[in-house]
Design a protein around this ligand. Sequence first.
Ligand code: ATP
Length: 328
Amino acid sequence: MPEKIRKVGVLTSGGDSPGMNAAIRSVVRTCAYHNIECIGIYRGYQGMIEGDFKDMGPRSVNNIVNKGGTILKSARSLEFKTPEGRKKAHDNLVKAGIDALVVIGGDGTFTGGLVFNNEYDFPIMGIPGTIDNDIFGTSHTLGYDTALNTVVEVIDKIRDTASSHNRLFFVEVMGRDAGHIALNAGIGAGAEEILIPEEDLGLDRLLDSLKKSKASGKSSSIVVIAEGDKIGKNVFELKDYVEANLPEYDVRVSVLGHMQRGGSPSCFDRVLASRLGVKAVESLLEGNSNYMVGLQNDAVILTPLEQAIKGKSEIDRELLRVSDIMST
Ligand code: ATP
């Protein structure tokens, strides 16, 4: 570890998420506030290997707080998974005089940071940036709130069509391993049923619930399905299954896809990004390393990177019950 940190590198890695730019801005300006230099590293760990660096002063991040994506670009780097690749990256950091890193991304990004720290004792601080909200140690990851708002807005529009034509819509949202988006956006958008990876609702229950809602006089329904739902059928197989068993339903499928990752960050994500960026830089300056900054009970706190990687972010089970009651 260096005695005193004078130059901080910042990168975004893995999948992009709204709020990453606001976090970059926060890191850059916190460095300027504390009179230390900040270097932007392009394309995640691949840019570190290639020495793709840029000096970033406080004015270099004007007008990005509201922008989706990441101005530093993101990449997945296979080379960084090799000791040779990491050696090249370390050589470049030393040459540029960078003596600490803020890495913004998901658990893969944190794993890369931890491996790098173990080899070179290089100070690392992680900021959780992924729309899936599947990181232990923070109630919210950057981009999650924006993604929820995007999904709810789209389902509201789908509902207009569903109710005009008395249709059942299956809406697939992101979440291969985590049902946070499906569960929260599903409740927010008034879905009849929500299928998530954490809970096996069972096909019989789904059919039963749809039958009941038809019998209770509902003319249209929305079912929100996470990509990795426990039932194990993809959304189109599920449509075929439901149509075969409930011929009274005309089922349509909408797969929302990458639109959930884009767009201008919500106010919540902008504020969160600003807070996490300040905490990340100040924690490094206080001599901390190998932590992720995150939010818990509205306080910004540090979680060891190892725990953030290994721990599981649980869904709020009370929401399952709320969803159940709401579809009465
Ligand atoms: P998302 O949640 O969007 O997938 P992520 O940060 O988990 O984001 P990954 O592609 O898994 O995305 O990881 C980002 C990068 O971190 C990888 O491309 C790789 O360069 C680095 N990385 C991941 N795992 C390791 C590892 N075991 N050793 C070294 N580097 C790694």
